[in-house]
Design a protein around this ligand. Structure first.
Ligand code: BDP
Length: 666
């Protein structure tokens, strides 16, 4: 009888907790705050039900805490006390307390001191004013430009809340391929409406600007940065913006890159362009984030380009300019070495740009948890000032002393109910914020927090699923482009494989440019005997990367061109290793399906089925990748598949006919 009651009780409990869930709540508990609340009232609402919590805001710097965003959490006389120098610091403390309670930690007995590692923790939206999102896989843009400023979607505040909960404190609203329209007065009023919603959550608004705006919007006959009229136009524009949005963050600029206009159109340099904009913003405290993502179709190695173009400008940028540098030297590939600009430009502020949206890691179809990718870059040692000069240390201000320090991630958010398309893509938004706050957190720790808050605290769920998350990025690398291969994607959409692709408008947009496979071997010779991109790294890295026997396997074909029968450290040929890595990727994707099936019943059915169907597609597309790449490479290597590899199930000629319907992924 008793047992029956317990079973009945447990069943009802399970049914209640396993309610249908569309993922719209993200990792957060129900929102008790309301529109129009001030920061401290929001903080109060966030800790409601967590016992006796007191807030202290005091202008005095707290011991062990730096910057306006830091906080302490202490226990005093049975109360939990959150102290900070600013209300937003208290809000961050409130979210931390909420996180501790919801991940199973009890309100702390000891003192917690938290200060963010980076001052500016930004999302970059590649959202267009027509509602589309460049490289967005989660539906249309969140920003309802037609309705703004009159109508405010409730999602704006939810967005701000989610960001604040992980410490993100800035957002660039529009695409780096920017239309000048964003600076038109009516749009600035729309931007102001968003800034007003975000402000209580500590989030500043920034805009991507088109360098030709003076001509295209202002009707001037030039956008030359050294022209006095142009500088005056920007200064006036800045005054107008700050008149509406006094805490406006600044501009993000993609100039002379992939066809965008820039100072070089007028024979000027990147620093001429950046400084002119910076001087327009400086009186108001704004910054310019100038992107270093440039490459020239005539160069013999795209990986060298940003370094070659910017290194000579070191020390020439104004104090409120930050160079925004992608994590790797090419373009957000599944794996790249870190960008050699990190550590190399000692007299220039540099920030890291990551991609959260999975343009090159399976869109929102595939599960790829990106904390390991971000950490691989941040933890990489540049050796700029000897051992320990990690990318994090040379960008977060600890080594350079430069403030503000900054970090950005290209957002993966859209209007989909679950915000990010794939439920697990939420974890990439989450982990970007957490690492921007504290890059010393481990990928596992962050995954665990996210899983417990988003799904359930049941260890039988958390442990296996965490394992799956931690293995997922490497699995994608393995079945797409192992051993340092890169950019062998199909034209345009960057989802599927097209290693045979060579008819691109520019050579550096084709796949063959990057893998260079022929009967003599495969890989890009970037050694001192080749393009010498290894020479852009500090010793001892340049020697390590230069020597195939020292170069890490996972970057081998990035830096080296080697014969198919090259013997790798494990004694097997390069060809066999390549085949077995592709196979390992496929095996991992299949294992993810089994892991996921093993947790059935532990979470709501809606999200279970959604993820299950995507994992099926991922496993099938992993096989597609393996077959397409290996069958194609085999036409060059002429070597047989090793015994440990499953035989292809596709036919190369058929695979070459596949033309993906992109709408599938949007
Ligand atoms: C590339 C994307 C392109 C972006 C570009 C950029 O394919 O859509 O505009 O990066 O970062 O990876 O500017």
């Amino acid at each position: 009888m008793n047992r029956l009651l317990i079973v009945l009780g447990l069943t009802i409990f399970a049914a209640l907790t396993a309610r249908a869930d569309d993922g719209s709540d993200l990792w957060l508990p129900p929102d008790r705050a309301r529109a129009g609340m001030e920061t401290l009232d929001i903080a109060r609402a966030e800790v409601e039900g967590i016992g006796d919590v007191e807030f202290h805001v005091s202008a005095d710097v707290l011991p062990g805490v730096t910057g306006p965003d830091g906080y302490t959490i202490t226990r005093q006389n049975g109360k939990t006390v959150i102290s900070a120098v600013s209300p937003v610091g208290v809000l961050y403390g409130a979210y931390h307390l909420q996180r501790l309670v919801r991940t199973g930690g009890v309100p702390p007995e000891s003192v917690i001191r938290e200060s963010p590692r980076y001052d500016l923790r930004l999302l970059n939206h590649w959202d267009n004013l027509d509602g589309t999102v460049e490289r967005g896989y989660a539906g249309h843009s969140l920003w309802q430009w037609d309705e703004l400023p009159g109508t405010l979607s409730p999602r704006y505040r939810q967005y701000a809340r989610a960001n604040a909960s992980v410490g993100i404190n800035g957002t660039v609203l529009n695409n780096v391929n920017a239309t000048p329209l964003i600076l038109r007065t009516d749009y600035l009023h729309k931007v102001k409406a968003l800034a007003d919603v975000f402000r209580p959550y500590g989030i500043k608004v920034y805009l991507s600007v088109n360098f030709s705006s003076p001509v295209l919007l202002g009707g001037l006959d030039t956008s030359d940065p050294l022209d006095a009229g142009v500088a005056a136009w920007w200064a006036e524009k800045a005054d107008e913006i700050y008149g509406l949005i006094p805490d406006f963050g600044g501009f993000l600029v993609k100039a002379n890159s992939e066809g965008q206009p820039g100072p070089q159109d007028y024979g000027r340099t990147h620093s001429d362009g950046a400084n002119m904009l910076a001087r327009a913003l400086a009186p108001h405290g704004g910054i310019v984030m100038w992107r270093a993502f440039v490459y020239d179709p005539d160069s013999d190695d795209r990986a060298r380009q940003a370094y070659d173009e910017f290194i000579g400008l070191d020390g020439r940028f104004d104090g409120n300019v930050i160079l925004q540098v992608k994590n790797g030297p090419i373009d957000f590939q599944p794996r790249e070495p870190f960008n050699p600009l990190f550590g190399a430009m000692e007299r220039t502020r540099l920030m890291v740009e990551f991609q959260i949206t999975q343009e090159y890691l399976g869109h929102s179809v595939q599960l790829a948890y990106l904390a390991p990718l971000y950490k691989e870059c941040l933890d990489a040692d540049t050796y700029a000032h000897g051992r320990g000069s990690t990318v994090a240390a040379v960008t977060d201000g600890t080594m350079s002393g430069y403030r503000p320090s900054a970090i950005a991630g290209v957002a993966n958010i859209g209007l989909d109910a679950n915000w990010t398309g794939h439920h697990f893509a939420q974890a990439n938004w989450y982990c970007f914020g957490r690492l921007a706050w504290d890059h010393t957190l481990s990928s596992g720790q962050i995954a665990e927090e996210w899983l417990r808050m988003t799904f359930t605290g049941d260890d039988g769920f958390v442990e296996p699923v965490k394992r799956m998350m931690l293995a997922s990025r490497e699995a994608v690398v393995d079945y797409m482009m192992p051993l340092g291969l890169h950019h062998i994607f199909a034209e345009g959409h960057h989802y599927g494989p097209e290693p045979w692709y060579k008819q691109a408008v520019r050579p550096d947009w084709s796949s063959v440019y990057y893998h260079r496979a022929d009967s003599t071997g495969i890989g890009f010779d970037r050694t001192s005997a080749g393009s010498n991109s290894t020479g852009q790294y500090f010793p001892p890295l340049r020697e390590i990367f230069d020597d195939p026997s020292l170069c890490p396997d996972n970057l081998l074909l990035w830096f080296h061109r080697l014969p198919w029968d090259y013997r790798m450290a494990n004694g097997d040929t390069l060809w066999d290793n390549l085949c077995l890595r592709y196979q390992a990727g496929v095996d991992a994707a299949r294992e993810f399906q089994k892991i996921w099936d093993s947790i059935e019943g532990k979470i709501d059915r809606e999200r279970f089925l959604h993820v299950q169907s995507r994992l099926r597609r991922q496993a099938s597309d992993a096989v597609w990748w393996r077959d397409a790449c290996l069958l194609y490479f085999q036409t060059h290597s002429g070597m047989p598949f090793p015994p440990g590899m499953e035989r292809p199930v596709h036919d190369l000629d058929e695979l070459k006919q596949i033309r993906l319907d992109l709408k599938h992924h949007n």
